[in-house]
Unconditional design. Structure first.
Length: 403
């Protein structure tokens, strides 16, 4: 097996996923993908025909995001017609899984240079737009104790003893870290501004952040999943699956859950020979990755077994990881991850996360990988583990190492 190196990683800013005032609501999804795909050969000063495939994650691949966005985006970006493309859906970890599969093709010797990433326009294509059997087929829903992700997050809280103040405190810190990171220029290396078809700037800064958020502010917000849990029966379904919980205390709301946003990201990976031929400097090596299934009712506990599996395959321990990045789908997910993995918040999500920035479903995993790459370089550290919880009960983790 050959080594796979990361040569570049770029992302758009995240725009509010709202039609009325989101800066990217007027940007077709492929424009965001075009923004990041065009940036890679431009920044690397090489011809796009050197790229042998484009793998893009997208969680709602319908309408403007349908019909194989990987190939559509490659064509729209002006890539050489020899460059193919494909779309994949691993739900919330789609962007990271796209990079993992791209890396696997490099390691297997099938390609020399390839792009993995993702995109999602949540202002134009709403969550659930693609439908699916899990929520509509009674047999599947019953057998797997189907419920919305928010119910799973609120189920974690009483199981672990997390209070409303615990989850709100984590969210406040995410906002604080995000604001400090932006003011400190931590994302300058990777952000590519989105412009419209005539070159007018649409967005050059993450716009979902709420700098200055306090516990008092969050205390005013009502739980988001209480009504569906109690009135639609999802609480009863969850408790039937997890009878050790007598009652679900709904603690998650818009302020301590991941924000709905638009965005895209792309990561350029390849072997050593491709980099030398094109004059590209390797920034990191993709060490190992792992994806696992987990209990689908609670749904959000996959990051722990996925991370343990990736570490075991790499012959590493938690002490070998300098920085950790777990997608902030919900506060309780992150609190549980740090608790079970025995890691400190001081080395976890050091620049804030999706609670502050938002979670553009198909793109987030690739964004997090790029953020960790930049942060390792900024801090002169060596290793990072990136992980996401995934819909229907899964988890994906990837370990990178600077070179």
């Amino acid at each position: 097996m050959t080594d796979c190196f990361i040569y570049d990683a770029v992302r758009t800013p995240r725009g509010k996923g709202r039609k009325k005032d989101g800066a990217l609501a007027d940007a077709p999804p492929l424009r965001m993908a075009k923004t990041v795909l065009q940036a890679l050969p431009e920044r690397g000063d090489f011809d796009s025909k050197e790229i042998e495939d484009v793998i893009l994650g997208c969680v709602e691949p319908v309408g403007e995001q349908g019909a194989n966005v990987g190939r559509m985006a490659a064509m729209m970006s002006g890539y050489d017609e020899s460059v193919p493309g494909v779309q994949l859906n691993r739900f919330c970890s789609s962007g990271l899984e796209a990079v993992n599969i791209a890396a696997a093709k490099v390691k297997a010797g099938d390609v020399d240079l390839i792009v993995g990433g993702g995109m999602e326009s949540m202002s134009r294509i709403s969550m659930g737009a693609a439908g699916g059997a899990w929520s509509t087929d009674p047999e599947l829903a019953w057998d797997t104790s189907f419920g919305p992700q928010g119910i799973g997050a609120d189920l974690i809280a009483p199981k672990q003893g997390y209070s409303r103040q615990d989850v709100d405190s984590f969210a406040v810190e995410s906002q604080r870290r995000a604001a400090a990171a932006w003011e400190g220029g931590h994302f300058d290396k990777s952000i590519v501004a989105v412009r419209d078809s005539v070159g007018v700037l649409m967005l050059d800064r993450d716009e979902h952040m709420r700098a200055g958020t306090t516990l008092e502010d969050l205390g005013q917000l009502k739980p988001s999943f209480e009504m569906m849990g109690r009135n639609f029966g999802f609480d009863a379904v969850a408790i039937q699956k997890h009878p050790e919980v007598e009652q679900i205390n709904h603690v998650h709301h818009a302020g301590n859950s991941s924000g709905i946003v638009d965005g895209a990201a792309a990561v350029l990976v390849g072997n050593k020979e491709a980099g030398e031929r094109l004059g590209l400097k390797p920034r990191a090596r993709i060490v190992k990755s792992a994806t696992v299934g987990s209990e689908p009712c609670i749904m959000l506990t996959g990051p722990m077994p996925a991370s343990r599996k990736a570490l075991a395959k790499a012959g590493m321990q938690t002490s070998d990881i300098d920085l950790w990045e777990i997608n902030e789908a919900f506060s309780a997910v992150c609190l549980l991850f740090m608790e079970e993995m025995g890691i400190d918040h001081s080395v976890t999500n050091v620049n804030g996360g999706a609670i502050a920035f938002g979670h553009p479903l198909g793109a987030t995993g690739a964004m997090l990988l790029g953020t960790m790459l930049d942060e390792l370089e900024r801090r002169d550290l060596n290793t990072a583990l990136i992980t996401l919880c995934v819909g229907a009960g899964m988890g994906t983790s990837t370990i990178i190492e600077r070179v």
